[in-house]
Design a protein around this ligand. Sequence first.
Ligand code: HAM
Length: 424
Amino acid sequence: MAEPLKAVRGMHDILPDATPAWQFVEQTITAILQRYGYQEIRLPVLEKTELFERSIGEETDIVSKEMYTFTDRSGESLTLRPEGTAGGVRAGLEHGLFHNTSRRLWYMGPMFRHERPQKGRTRQFHQIGVEAFGLAGADVDAELIIMCARFWRELGLDGLQLEINTLGTPESRQQYRRVLTDYFRDHKDKLDEDSRRRLDSNPLRILDSKNKELRGLIEAAPVMTDYLDTESLDHFTRLKELIDAAGVAYRFNPRLVRGLDYYNRTVFEWLTDKLGAQGAVCAGGRYDGLVEYFGGKPTPAIGFAMGLERLIGLLEASEASYDTPQPHVYFVVAGETAVDAAMRLAEECRDRLPALRLLMHCGGGSLKSQFKKADKSGADIAVILGDEEVRRRVAAIKPLRMDGEQIEVDWAALPGTLEQMLRL
Ligand code: HAM
């Protein structure tokens, strides 16, 4: 017999037992986004490869080794999106969304990176991303961070630490980059292979190295803040004042650099130590130059994205509580004439009680087997209809997970009785 087919490595099914947690996270966060005035944008999963090469940067890990890139049937090079910011900028420019106005947007969906799968790291993963365009001040940077703190609070997550840094302007970073390159070149013999490769292409990323043997060298390296322009420093000071005033705790990490090239000024990450090695749950920063780089008018921008797999991992680790919606009513139907009447009655109940979750038994079978299913469904109540009840135009109501005796009601009284019993 042939081996059963399996999902692609690093791409996971999210099974019915797991979806309530996903729905809770998605609904909580998107409701908060709406309360802050952010609008949803839906973007294609496929984009031209060039979009990511030019925005994320050719030397980054994402572009140089992790993209799912292929040539389509028309000979065009396309890539499954590894993130959402580039597509957001592309769509905004294509549809004139940034003309003379600011925009606060969010998106949600799968992203793809060919990384080595491990706990908290998958090849298809899901993000909710948030992007604010056309706003230059530190106020919006603070708004995003304060909004994140609200996400965690309302989700019931604990143990998330905020790290912030500023990367300055491209010019001031260039100067720092030269100093840093000289420093690492003087210690080239101590660098590992990866860091040597980055020495010329992207020396800032050496600061991000996970190699413990480099820790001492990295800690003694020159710090970016000493080379920043005053405007970027002022921006950063203002941001810190605003988040201090909001009571959001943070750690200044001068070595926080981010793995994508488009950032300037503010960068930040929310980290946890509850998920093992993959501790970054949410990350982002300013990318003031990206819209102009793609041919638009100068448009400041800032955003971040959260990894939903990691958020859900943290939800479980935090033992946060959320609803797992089970049916209120299981409709037991015994007998030939009962099916027609039950179908009609169920629709009447659904019309009258929009909050009601009613699971209709389909497929016949003995009363005993239907009650087994009713019990397994987690329903609070069974409504029972047999030929005898149909003849007398009544239905039986049997509490399964509530106190009380079995009762009988007229059909006309069924919705009202359920409403009362279930407090809908
Ligand atoms: P990023 O840091 O590459 O930034 O990804 C953001 C988040 O996505 C990470 O903090 C992590 O939670 C999650 N994530 C990334 N890769 C994986 C993976 N392989 N498996 C599971 N989760 C993952 C961005 O994507 C930027 N576009 C964020 C941004 C928006 N910056 C400005 N605007």
